[in-house]
Design a protein around this ligand. Structure first.
Ligand code: FNR
Length: 342
């Protein structure tokens, strides 16, 4: 089967991957309610298309924290791409470059952040999990800075690892399956015991780096306002792909309150369950500057390495283009809340 959409890649990836690895990538926490709801929440949103608009040219170039990208679609940080394909993050980052978009490289990458940067032809952000020692964390942040990473996305929704029962049944332990070179050796067996971050950690990070800081994993207006007080450059509205607090609201439903609280004082991004161009259109209409794609990137990688990731990105680009045309919104500025039936 030649894959036509992201769900085709999902099926093919499941066929290719060892079941325990599939479960690790696919799974959520507890009963996977949030994981399922993330999709349903998109399906519930309805659109109000305009007609007789000149949509002969569709323009979707934008900037993210000042960096130009060819589309408002970024690669979310996900762990251990080496379990999906031998070339791991190198394949992913090359595809990102070909698509002229940005990849957020995970602390839990199967390759070192230097190796990923060396293969990159496009812009990178670094997703940070703090380590026990702030000294070690600071070194990693400085290394990212020196390597040319353009922002630090601190993930804030993981004070401990969520209860991923598929992994428990499979006795799947990530650090037994893959090297995690961005963790110092004493931390490798203790992924779930990385430091408990607080707002002080955010202040520490701001004092440690000149790079702009994003907080990934905010779901409420209250925390969005605190993030503004702590002078972040961006917020990524996310529930970690349904892998942390089960029952947490779908991120697309949290987006409006965050956007409303922020009032343009920082950029707002969203991820979780985005599988179609129309999902992206809905996220943009609700005020996201761009969206992040998690699992589908891994599906592309598992099916066809760099080519697979590239295809997944290009399918999303084409679908967004189509959705913008059919909605009568030929450019990003024309995508606003009037597109939504609320
Ligand atoms: C993740 N996510 C994640 N987030 C993060 O900040 N650091 C990380 O290392 C990881 N690792 C990771 C591994 C796997 C297998 C998954 C599925 C997810 C969360 C990720 O960045 C993103 O928030 C979600 O994946 C978005 O949801 P979708 O697109 O997967 O539905």
């Amino acid at each position: 089967m030649r894959p036509v959409n992201l769900f085709d890649y999902e099926k093919l990836a499941q066929e290719r991957l060892e079941p325990a690895i599939w479960d690790f990538y696919h799974g959520g926490s507890d009963d996977e309610v949030t994981l399922r709801e993330c999709r349903r929440a998109f399906e519930r949103i309805r659109l109000r298309p305009r007609v007789l608009v000149d949509v002969s040219t569709i323009e979707m170039r934008t900037t993210v924290l000042g960096t130009p990208v060819s589309m408002p679609i970024l690669i979310a940080p996900t762990a251990a791409h080496g379990l999906a394909h031998a070339h791991g993050e190198v394949a992913t980052v090359r595809a990102a470059g070909q698509s002229e978009t940005l990849m957020i490289v995970s602390t839990t990458a199967a390759l070192g952040i230097a190796e990923v940067a060396a293969a990159a032809s496009g812009p990178l952000w670094f997703q940070l999990y703090t380590h026990h020692s702030l000294e070690i964390t600071g070194k990693l942040v400085r290394q990212a800075e020196e390597l040319g990473y353009r922002a630090i996305a601190l993930t804030v929704d993981i004070p401990r690892l969520g209860n991923r029962e598929r992994d428990l049944y499979n006795k799947f332990v990530l650090e037994e399956r893959t090297p995690l070179p961005n963790y110092p050796s004493q931390d490798i067996t203790a992924l779930e015991r990385h430091m408990i971050d607080t707002w002080e950690t955010v202040d520490w990070l701001r004092a440690t780096t000149k790079l702009p800081i994003l907080l990934k994993g905010i779901l409420t207006a209250e925390d969005a306002l605190l993030a503004i007080e702590h002078k972040v450059a961006g917020i990524i509205v996310s529930n970690h792909g349904g892998r942390q607090l089960d029952g947490a609201i779908p991120s697309i439903e949290a987006l409006p309150e965050v956007v409303e609280a922020v009032k343009g004082r920082c950029e707002v991004y969203v991820d979780g369950g985005i599988r179609r161009g129309t999902d992206i259109l809905k996220a943009l209409a609700l005020g996201a500057r761009a969206v992040l794609i998690g699992r589908p990137i891994i599906w592309g990688l598992a099916v066809d390495g760099q080519q697979g990731v590239l295809r997944v990105l290009e399918i999303l680009r084409n679908e967004l283009e189509m959705a913008m045309a059919l909605a009568g919104r030929p450019n990003l500025a024309s995508i606003d809340p009037s597109l939504l039936k609320l």
